[in-house]
Design a protein around this ligand. Structure first.
Ligand SMILES: Nc1ncnc2c1ncn2[C@@H]1O[C@H](COP(=O)(O)OP(=O)(O)OP(=O)(O)O)[C@@H](O)[C@H]1O
Length: 232
């Protein structure tokens, strides 16, 4: 990995779920180290698909996606998994926590397949506890099963899991959709200040333009209208 490479770069990316669907096209998107970018777009405009292309669960039909200088489009699925574990922290819309594991173990899991992130986190358990506390999870909740936590608390665990070990890039899919406005702002401030302290770039997708004030740059996705195929 080149330390001067942007955290993320997409060039001439084209992807379509099937031949009838309107393709998702991203001609050029570069996130420099530490940059915070919000992607806005209505439901169905392709925001989650774009994130799939960024973290390598989807591969574009053409174009190039690089993460921390590594060309995801040139790698096998297994190696893409490795790059993602090492360089990308993800906050999913539904958090994707392991419900029976503790909040702490959910956070520590992010380091298991990421040797560089683990190396940057010598005392991993302390770091995970501190990260959870900094994100507003009371210490007494760190050992509770993730499935027993409130939605807001699970959200903090998901954010701590994404940020631990200072990945170059944090991607988040509508991470505040289940919070009221005051908690949305508080949560965004906490996540952004943690990311800034670590030098992680952020790519966050949402339909909520009120989040724009937290970001350096806003990108709009098109409406993503499909062609007319009304029969099933
Ligand atoms: N697994 C899939 N198979 C086929 N088509 C899909 C799949 N996932 C998404 N799509 C289609 O791709 C388009 C973009 O969907 P996507 O979920 O990326 O949009 P979005 O902007 O994230 O929407 P939302 O804000 O509602 O989550 C939609 O037309 C959707 O039907």
């Amino acid at each position: 990995m080149s330390s001067s490479a942007p955290a993320l770069s997409l060039s001439n990316v084209v992807f379509s779920w099937d031949r009838h669907a309107h393709p998702i096209q991203i001609p050029n998107l570069v996130l420099d180290r530490g940059e915070k970018v919000l992607v806005l777009g209505p439901s169905g405009s392709g925001k989650s698909t774009m994130l799939g292309l960024v973290y390598g669960t989807l591969v574009p039909h053409s174009g190039r996606v690089t993460v921390a200088g590594q060309d995801m489009t040139a790698l096998s699925a297994r190696r893409r998994d490795g790059v993602r574990a090492e360089h990308v922290g993800v906050i999913f819309q539904q958090f994707n926590l392991i419900p029976h594991a503790s909040a702490l173990d959910n956070v520590l899991l992010a380091l298991r397949f990421a040797p560089q992130r683990r190396k940057r986190t010598p005392d991993a358990e302390d770091a995970a506890r501190n990260m959870l506390a900094d994100l507003g999870l009371p210490e007494t909740d760190a050992c509770r099963s993730a499935g027993q936590l409130s939605v807001g608390q699970q959200q903090r665990v998901a954010a701590a899991r994404a940020l631990i070990g200072s990945p170059e890039l944090l991607v988040a899919d509508e991470p505040t959709s289940s919070l009221d406005r005051a908690n949305q702002n508080r949560f965004m401030d906490l996540v952004l200040s943690q990311a800034q302290q670590q030098g992680s770039s952020i790519l966050l997708v949402s339909h909520d333009e009120r989040l724009a004030k937290h970001f350096d740059r806003v990108i709009e996705m098109g409406s993503g209208q499909s062609e007319d195929h009304m029969s099933c």
